[in-house]
Design a protein around this ligand. Structure first.
Ligand code: DAT
Ligand code: MG
Length: 149
């Protein structure tokens, strides 16, 4: 089993696509491990997209990511990283096949609805950035002792 980090970007949240996107991942057979609706600070957005720091579109990308709520998720399944990228579709929605999330819900590269990790190493780094130790398998997200008090 593998885990991957997926994030619905502010345009996806604004368009009301959390439900349809969750449905696609669930129908495909992925198991949802973590999910958090949140606003992210500029610093976290810059860290998330650190490999694009030198690109001309970096400033625009970070501004866009911090422009509204995002829905951060961890999904598990066999070959989850590659399988999620297939479901998501090509980076540029103009080249994304119909049936993929970007192919069906987006038109422009700057607002392409959703992020998915591009490798197992990126997935580990991104899960740590967004969920910290919560995303590590086998660590419960609450303390069972709290239920008694
Ligand atoms: P992906 O999100 O498919 O992994 P990426 O890592 O190459 O694609 O780029 C990260 C994001 O940056 C992408 O989802 C949208 C934005 N982006 C990429 N190329 C762009 C461009 N030429 N102009 C504007 N935004 C771009
Ligand atoms: Mg990428």
């Amino acid at each position: 089993m593998e885990r991957t980090f997926v994030m619905i970007k502010p345009d996806g949240v604004r368009k009301g696509l959390i439900g349809p996107i969750l449905t696609r991942f669930e129908q495909k057979g992925f198991k949802l491990q973590e999910m958090k609706l949140m606003r992210i600070e500029r610093d976290k957005a810059e860290q998330h997209y650190q490999e694009h720091r030198e690109k001309a579109f970096f400033g625009e990308l970070v501004s866009f990511l911090t422009s509204g709520q995002v829905c951060a998720m961890v999904w598990e399944g066999p070959n989850a990283v590659a399988a999620a990228r297939l479901l998501i579709g090509h980076t540029n929605p103009a080249n994304a096949a119909p049936g993929t999330i970007r192919g069906d819900f987006a038109l422009e590269v700057a607002e392409n609805i959703i992020h998915g990790s591009d490798s197992a190493e990126s997935a580990d780094r991104e899960m740590e950035l967004f969920f910290g130790t919560d995303a590590k398998p086998g660590i419960p997200s609450f303390d069972v002792d709290e239920l008694d008090s």
